[in-house]
Design a protein around this ligand. Structure first.
Ligand SMILES: [Mg+2]
Length: 267
């Protein structure tokens, strides 16, 4: 076994600290994840594939009245079917924002960017939403864009209208009641479970679609929210993944996002 003297450890720590202070600032044009999403045909192929797989599964999951994407198989339900989609990097691509915004990320920077240009669709989403609606499925959009007041605007949640505008810019008509923004109601915190449960009071949720583990499973964040009492760990996230393994590609459909997400908090 290698034994380090304390003076060696101090020297190593000083060397590491020196490295940290000389690390170059993050350059998005060197970030492989960002470049892959922006430029690769493979990224667009995957999103198209995910939405096609979800579309193909619609008739089966509509037909099976015992299926519920939140609780699995259970008692038959006569509630009308619904699907829940996340927004950013699930239906709307923000890769151009990710390539250009001044670090660090702040919500108002995305608000300003989103409201200044037409939204760009994640390939495949429009066909999926059309297919779902043509089969009588209600589509809900649950986003963690938070309500934040903006100077000179009386609206307590201008981000809701920005999100509705973004969805409509994709060519997807939407009822504002079907768009659910974080903090819009007192119990709609960043933990999306309370909003999924709100939808489930009136609908049988047959599908969840998102780009982050938290779009599917509660309490997977490093910083707990809402009903989650303790921080998640890599191990707890792996356990949650294993516990729900039968859902992937069967009611749950995840899109790739190597740019940002709850995963970045874990090693
Ligand atoms: Mg997202």
């Amino acid at each position: 076994m290698t034994v380090f003297k304390s003076s060696s450890i101090v020297a190593m720590l000083l060397a590491l600290a020196a490295c940290a202070t000389t690390t170059k600032e993050h350059d998005p044009n060197q970030d492989l994840g960002l470049l892959w999403v922006k430029h690769s045909a493979e990224y667009r192929a995957i999103t198209t594939q995910v939405y096609r797989d979800a579309s193909d599964d619609l008739p089966r999951l509509i037909e099976d009245k015992t299926w519920d994407a939140m609780t699995g198989y259970g008692k038959p339900s006569n509630l009308p079917p619904a699907v829940i989609l996340d927004v950013d990097e699930t239906i709307v691509s923000n890769v151009d924002f990710q390539l250009t915004f001044d670090r660090p990320f702040e919500n108002h920077k995305l608000d300003t960017w989103s409201s200044g240009r037409d939204a760009v669709a994640i390939p495949g989403v429009q066909s999926f939403v059309s297919a779902a609606r043509s089969l009588g499925v209600t589509v809900f959009f649950v986003t963690n864009r938070p309500c934040e007041r903006m100077a000179g605007n009386d609206d307590p949640c201008p981000q809701k209208q920005t999100t509705i505008d973004d969805i409509r810019e994709l060519g997807i008509p939407v009822d504002p009641e079907q768009v659910m923004v974080a903090d819009e109601r007192p119990d709609w915190d960043r933990e999306k479970l309370s909003r999924r449960e709100y939808v489930a009071k009136t609908h049988r949720v047959i599908m969840l679609i998102g780009d982050d583990l938290s779009d599917f499973i509660a309490c997977v964040r490093e910083s707990p929210n809402g009903a989650c009492a303790i921080p998640a760990t890599s191990a707890s996230r792996a356990e949650a993944l294993e516990k729900h393994k039968d859902y992937w590609g069967n009611g749950w459909y995840i899109l790739p996002n190597p740019m940002h997400g709850t995963w970045t908090s874990f090693e």
